[in-house]
Ligand binder design. Sequence first.
Ligand code: G3P
Ligand code: MG
Length: 246
Amino acid sequence: MHRPWPYPRVVGHRGAGTLTPENTLAGIRKAATMGFGGVEFDVMLSADKVPLLIHDETLDRTTSGRGSVAATPYARLASLDAGAWFSPEYRGERVPSFEEAGKLCAQLGLWANVEIKPARGFERETAAAVAKLALELWRAPPAPLLSSFEPVSLDAARAAAPGLERGYLTDRLAPGWDETARALGCVSVHCNSRYLTEAQADEVRSAGYWLLCYTVNEPAIARRLFSWGIDAIFTDRLDLIPPDFA
Ligand code: G3P
Ligand code: MG
């Protein structure tokens, strides 16, 4: 069994979940202001290989831009508005670089789960860039936990920064998950709370992994998951599930 989970038990999803525009510095600040100790965010590469915070492969949903993130240089991405789509209050919010977000987390004393979110075809390259930069950004503990839905990204992250811990991220636990997570040297399993059963939670924890669930927005579900021994949850509703919930 691993050591007890040393990080926050309630983690802001994409920053401060649905309280602020996702994957922005405003979200990271909001989570800290509300007393949260950790945030999760998604990191992808621009065309010129700058790691930045965004969830979708296209700019359309969360920025004032259009088209593919992987085909757009960072200077252009950094000029876009990443807050107006959410509400007028956040107009002028930018697409942050991973460097800006990492420095802000360190400054605010926030732990981070950095989800490597490669655009298709850039799985290894994104992971290597993110892992290398994470090593530079986090010289003092607590180190971030890297995670990805892409096994090849986890493999590339390990090659680039073997000392950083990795989480195996999957929507549903499928047969063979343990072999894959073990082969990738993962310390944790992150899965969708919607599909997880209590028996699977037992299996994951008995196999020695920390277990994290996304995206948990109802207190009753959070309570049930914690009663199953889950280590941490990601939430969009930081207003409903406070940092000291578990
Ligand atoms: O890392 C947990 C969760 O963020 C995975 O799903 O699509 O919100 O990045 P998604
Ligand atoms: Mg994510």
